[in-house]
Design a protein around this ligand. Structure first.
Ligand code: SAH
Length: 214
């Protein structure tokens, strides 16, 4: 169960075709999804369904994002190898693995300790080496390593956190789902110290970005 097999690889190829049909075109993103064993990011009760284009529970009332959503956000990041990326909401670590596979230097924050601990073990065990996984509140970002070329938020934010805008490099790009029950996928580019441009894409549904427990 806890390994990759040709059967899983075959199912991944099918998933890649599904994502292509849904409009994903970037080779780096499709290659990542074709290579990463998503079934090893799920509890054993869901492994047989791992290559369906669906979200699944991962514990702590959270979900692993649907592959299409991961692919869409990754594509909208316009990511290049070597870029410094801040991810909010490590969750299962699957999106983190996609960013690592594309060659990004990844800093990822998770506020649920159980999920943080699992990803801390899982990602290196599978050969993915984010620069740092952080247990903390994503609303605050991670100023220690700012500015970031790219910021990706994988939970629904009622509004765009100020701290994240402040930590985006000039010329940088943030992909964040904004809204309460449903979210508009929003791409924010920083055009100068004081100027940001905003583009709203389609509707998505994420678990909420939660405020600090303290
Ligand atoms: N990329 C993840 C998505 C997980 S769902 C995956 O595909 O597995 C969103 C995650 O955001 C959850 O794990 C949730 O605990 C986390 N989260 C919610 N609010 C947060 C916050 N303020 N700071 C950091 N993480 C947060």
């Amino acid at each position: 169960m806890k390994q990759d097999t040709t059967k899983h690889q075959g199912k991944r190829r099918q998933l890649v075709l599904v994502l292509e049909q849904k409009g994903i075109t970037q080779a780096a993103v499709l290659n990542a999804i074709g290579d990463i064993p998503r079934h090893l990011f799920l509890d054993s009760s869901f492994v047989d369904h791992a290559y369906q284009d669906k979200a699944f529970p991962i514990g702590a009332e959270q979900t692993i994002s649907q592959p299409y959503t991961v692919a869409f956000q990754s594509e909208q990041l316009h990511l290049k190898p070597g870029m410094k990326v801040l991810e909010i909401g490590t969750g299962s670590g699957y999106q983190t693995a996609v960013l690592c596979h594309i060659g990004a230097e990844v800093y990822s924050i998770e506020r649920q300790h159980e999920l943080f601990r699992t990803s801390l073990k899982r990602l290196p065990a599978l050969g993915y080496k984010p620069k740092k996984l952080i247990f903390g509140d994503g609303y605050k970002g991670y100023p220690e390593q700012a500015p970031y070329d790219r910021i990706i938020v994988t939970a629904g934010a009622p509004s765009v956190p100020e701290a994240l805008l402040a930590q985006l490099a000039v010329g940088g790009r943030m992909v964040i789902p904004v809204g309460e029950a449903n979210q508009k996928m929003t791409v924010i580019t920083r055009t100068s110290d004081n100027d940001f441009q905003k583009l709203e894409l389609g509707d998505f549904r994420f678990v909420p970005l939660l405020q600090d427990k303290n």
